[in-house]
Each structure stands twice: as C-alpha cells, then as structure tokens.
Design a protein around this ligand. Structure first.
Ligand code: C2E
Ligand code: MG
Ligand code: MG
Length: 572
C-alpha cells in the first residue's frame, strides 16, 4: 500500500478520490499543482467530477452525461474545461471510475486527469497550417475540396443547387513586377479580405433560418492569385451571377497599398450542380474551363460553364467544317432589331444580329457558334460578310421605306484586334457608298482592356473613317470608369441584365440611372438593351435614356419584316 501511495504521489496526473457521496477524501500533489487548490482546501467538498468553479454554463449538460455514464457503465473518459484557482481556464483530459464494494454498492469515485490545453493549441495550430493559407488566413485548397464534397452531398440529398466560382486576378504577375512582391503580398491580403466580406455580407439571418446542415458560403485561396467560392445557398443559377457581379463590384474601387493606388480586375468561371456535373471534382473542372474561356475572350468578367465549351474535338471539327461550308455557301442570315428613339417613339436604327438557319428549320444562336468562329479565325470572313450585308440591307430598306436608319454591327474581340479591320471597314463603306456616320460598331468593354493603347489607337482610326462606336453590354466588364473618358466612343449600351433584372429591381434601377447620367455627362448617347415591359420603358423614358432596344419594342426580325413594320408605322 505504501508503494502504491508513493506512485500516486509522484504521478504527473492529478488523482482525486471521493466517497460514495462524492465528497473528496484524497487528492495527490499533482492535483494541487494543476488546479492551484491545496489539499486542505478541497477535502470534504463534493465536487467530483465537476470543477470547484464552473468554467461555463454549457457544462451542466456534460456533468449530467458523466454521472449518467458512471451510474450505468461505471466509467467515463473525455475532455472538459475547468478553471485554475487563479481563474484561468484550462482543458483537461479526465478518466473517472465508480468503485463498488463487494455487495455492488458504490463505495468511491476515482478521477485521474491532466492538462491538455497546450496540446490542444498545438493541434489547432496544426489544423490551421493544414487547412488555411498563411498569407490571407483563408481556407486553402485542401479545406475547399473537403467542403465542396460535403456541400455536394447535401445538395444531392436535398435535390438543391450548389455552385462554384473560380476567380483569377487579371495581370497579377504584372502588378507583382511593377510594385514588387512584398506589395503584391499585401495587395493579395487586401483582396482576400474584400472577397471575404463580400461573401459574408449576404443576408445571414434569412439564410440561417433555412439552413440545417448547410455551411455558409466559403471563400478560399487556391494558391497564387486564384480564389474559389462555394455557393451553398443558390436556388437557381442566376443567383451565382449575382454573387459574381458583387465580387466584380467589390474589386472595382482601387486598392491603396504602400501608398500606391492599384486597380485590380478579375476573371471568373462558374459551374453549377446539378446542371454541369455529377461529382465535386467534375464541378471544379467545369468551373476551370469556364474561367479559361473568360480569360481568353473577355477578362474582367465572368462566364458560366456551357456545354459548347465542352465540345469534344470531333464535335469542334464538325462545327468548324459546317461553319466553313456555311460561310462559303452563304447560309447565314441577318436579323434586325429596332432601336427606338425614346423621346419620339420613332425607330432610329437597327442592330444587325447574326443567324444561322439549319436545314431542319432550327435557328442557331450566335452565342453558340461565334465562340467557335472566334477560336478558328472564321469570324474574320464571317464578320466581313456581316458588315457588307448589313450596309447593303440598310440601303435597301431605305429605298423601300424612305426611312434612313442607323445600323449597329457587332465586332468580336478577334475582329477588333485583327490588322485588316480598318481596311475592311473602309472598303465596305466605300463599296456601299453609305454615310459612315450611319454605321455604329459595337465593341465590349473587356475587349478594350486587353491592350489599352492599341485599343485606343484602333478606335481613333475607326472614328477617323467617320463611323460611330458603341460600348456594348456596358456594366458587365471592366468597371474602371477612369478609362471611359479616354475612349473615343459615341454610345453606351447598358446591358440588359440591369435593364430587365426583376430580382433586384431597385439596385438595377439605380445602376441604370447612374449610367445614363454618366453617359450624358461624358456627352455620350445612352441605349438601353433588353427592354421587356412597358414599366421598364416608362422608367427609362423618365430617366431620359436616349434610345431603347428590346423584345417589348421589337424582336430581331428578318429584313422583310422590318420593312413591313416601318411601312405600317409610316401609314399610321
Ligand atoms: P448583343 O450585341 O448584346 O445583342 C443583343 C442580344 O440580346 C441579342 O441576342 C438579342 O436577340 C437579345 N435581345 C434583344 N432584346 C432582348 C430582350 O428584350 N430580352 C432578351 N432576353 N434578349 C434580348 P443574340 O441575337 O442571340 O446575340 C447574342 C450576342 O451574339 C450579341 O449580343 C452579340 O454579342 C453576338 N452577335 C450577334 N451577331 C453578331 C455578329 O454579327 N457579329 C459578332 N461579332 N457578334 C454577334
Ligand atoms: Mg450588340
Ligand atoms: Mg448587348
């Protein structure tokens, strides 16, 4: 017995012995060291297994559990918080056992515990290193993948949506080289915190009520200048677009780092479960592809993964061959969508929109084949045809209706950068003999941001030919307004997302009014795209928008239909 006592006294673990009524009858020296209480202070106190001073309320339930375990199984082991005599909390690992006498009655309780706070902190630190990015403190790729897998299972079980956005900063390497890597690191931190704020700021309360096992949206740094988002709450794919918009907006104001004012833009790819993928890896892969497409065709914006991005090489070759044949055999058609002067209600111009009628009578949408035409370079001969045909048509329309319309023609990125653009536009104008001021070429914001100086020079030369220039889909691309006044444009076309967005009508309304004001301030004409209702039309008229375009005012139609429409109007 003496030997046993010596061992217990020398143990580094605290040992407590109580009687059947749980009153302490013995503690060892390690107990005194670990808890700060002297043996004389605690003998006789009924305490086991609870601490002498409560560390918090949530423990009550735990003690119940422990007593219950002791009653039924005679043994409990686990971790719990306690307080040192000096008040500081610590985490202890404890084993408690109920001792019975020969007749099966409880005679004693014995507890052995030690302090594991340090060990716990070390584990937390390890967990942090393993799952978080040390620069930004955002979850890293590993945690992201775990969470995505979890999110995927939840979405599958609930038959709901889940989304992934991958975000890559544009020109980040260049920023690093310009400002140095230290500034680059600090910039990344600032960017991370804006992105995080953006994700957190959504209506948490409303979401919390609906959430069961779902976690909040997550932002992680995947490495370098790559960030990724899990959207766990989306009800429909468009919700992801709203998040993407919010992210673009959040990055728009300049960052001030080390006294430098730095403009940052980002490109995003979005993929949605269940539309795009059946596994979390596949979903990530789709988002990567969409990001790649955004980078290639219009950085500073976002793009959903679309099946046609995913065409197999055989399908691509087939589509390319069909395109080639279509161009040769002039299978393409142009439809014209009226642009209406909102002050007078008169049709003042039309936008030429490319159509590809198929042998089965279906109509292929430009959104489907223009990307392939871009990739293959076929957009150059196709675009040449569009320009020539549109100018010829507008003159034919004028002859038959005596209405002299303006014609808007879309240019794709590759056309805009092509060295022969100027020559082709000049040739088409000359060939038709039309007043160059009646031709408006539409380019998108993101096309301008590629090579700023070259873009400006090209625009200057096009203007010198006498044509007008419009920025199409304004508001969806690079949002630095600073550049706007430097570009020699005549027209801003507000993207239809702002004009006909019913979901956040209030916000888009503000945006539309602000863009109209901005455009007028810069002496530009403002066109609103995608007007789909009378209410939208009236709102735009009240906001002094110059020109409107949209299904409510007229769908894209063949030339013959347009002629009839103009003749009917003249007769009214
Ligand atoms: P965009 O230049 O922004 O053209 C407007 C698109 O919005 C057209 O789609 C038009 O049909 C559609 N739209 C017009 N009003 C409404 C409306 O009220 N509601 C809705 N929901 N949509 C409306 P479309 O014809 O499918 O053209 C898509 C895009 O393809 C065009 O966008 C343009 O970027 C490109 N595209 C079309 N034709 C050509 C072309 O000849 N050359 C080049 N390079 N691109 C073209
Ligand atoms: Mg357009
Ligand atoms: Mg547009």
């Amino acid at each position: 017995m003496q030997l046993l006592q010596q061992i217990v006294e020398r143990l580094n673990h605290a040992v407590v012995l109580t009687d059947a009524e749980r009153a302490i009858i013995y503690v060892n020296p390690a107990y005194e060291r670990l808890t700060g209480y002297r043996s004389s202070e605690v003998i006789g106190i009924a305490s086991l297994p609870g601490p002498l001073r409560r560390a918090g309320e949530q423990e009550e339930a735990l003690y119940e559990q422990i007593w219950h375990a002791l009653d039924t199984q005679r043994y409990w082991e686990g971790e719990l918080w306690d307080r040192h005599a000096n008040g500081s909390p610590y985490l202890k690992h404890m084993m408690v056992e109920r001792i019975e006498d020969g007749a099966g009655n409880t005679s004693h309780y014995i507890a052995i515990f030690h302090n594991i706070t340090e060990k716990n902190l070390a584990e937390e630190e390890l967990e942090r290193l393993l799952h978080y990015d040390p620069l930004t403190n955002l979850p890293n790729r590993l945690l992201f993948r775990n969470r995505l897998q979890h999110e995927f299972q939840v979405a599958r079980r609930h038959r709901s949506h889940a989304g992934v956005i991958l975000l890559n900063l544009d020109r980040f390497q260049q920023l690093n080289e310009t400002f140095g890597y230290n500034t680059g690191d600090r910039l990344l931190k600032e960017i991370a915190s804006r992105l995080e704020e953006c994700i957190r700021s959504t209506d948490l309360v409303a979401r919390q009520q609906e959430r069961d096992e779902r976690d909040p949206d997550l932002v992680s740094r995947m490495g370098g200048d790559d960030f990724a988002f899990i959207l766990s709450e989306i009800r429909k794919p468009e919700d992801a677009a709203l998040v993407a918009e919010r992210l673009l907006n959040a990055l728009a104001p300049p960052f001030v780092v080390d006294d430098e004012e730095i403009f940052v833009s980002a490109s995003m790819g979005i993929a949605i479960y269940p539309q795009n993928a059946t596994s979390s890896d596949e979903l990530l892969h789709c988002a990567e592809k969409a990001l790649f497409q955004t980078k290639a065709s219009g950085p500073g914006s976002y793009r959903f993964f679309a099946e046609e991005n995913n065409l197999s090489s055989a399908q691509r070759v087939r589509l390319e061959t069909a395109l080639r044949r279509g161009i040769q055999q002039q299978e393409f058609a142009l439809h014209y969508q009226p642009q209406v002067d909102l002050a007078t209600g008169r049709v003042s111009g039309v936008e030429a929109l490319l159509r590809w009628p198929q042998s089965d009578g279906a109509m292929r949408s430009p959104a489907e084949f223009i990307p392939i035409a871009e990739d293959t370079g076929l957009i150059i001969p196709l675009g040449r045809w569009v320009l020539q045909q549109a100018l010829a048509d507008i003159l034919a329309i004028e002859q038959q209706t005596a209405v002299s319309l303006r014609i808007s023609v879309n240019l794709s990125a590759r056309q805009f950068q092509h060295p022969s653009l100027l020559q082709e536009v000049a040739a088409a104008l000359e060939h038709s003999g039309i007043d160059p001021a009646r031709l408006e070429l539409e380019i998108t914001e993101s096309m301008l941001m590629h090579h700023l100086d070259e873009a400006r020079a090209t625009m200057g030369k096009l203007r010198a030919l006498g044509t007008r220039l419009a920025i199409d889909d304004f508001g969806t691309g690079y949002s630095s307004l600073a550049y706007l006044q430097e570009f020699p444009v005549n027209t801003l076309k507000i993207d239809r997302r702002f004009v006909s967005a019913p979901s956040n009508a209030q916000t888009s309304n503000c945006i539309v009014c602000a863009v109209i004001g901005l455009g007028h301030g810069l002496g530009l004409e403002v066109v609103a795209e995608g007007i789909e209702s009378e209410a939208q039309l009236v709102g735009l008229q009240e906001a002094s928008c110059d020109v409107g375009q949209g299904y409510h005012l007229g769908r894209p139609m063949p030339m013959e239909a347009l002629i009839t429409l103009l003749q009917d109007r003249a007769a009214d």
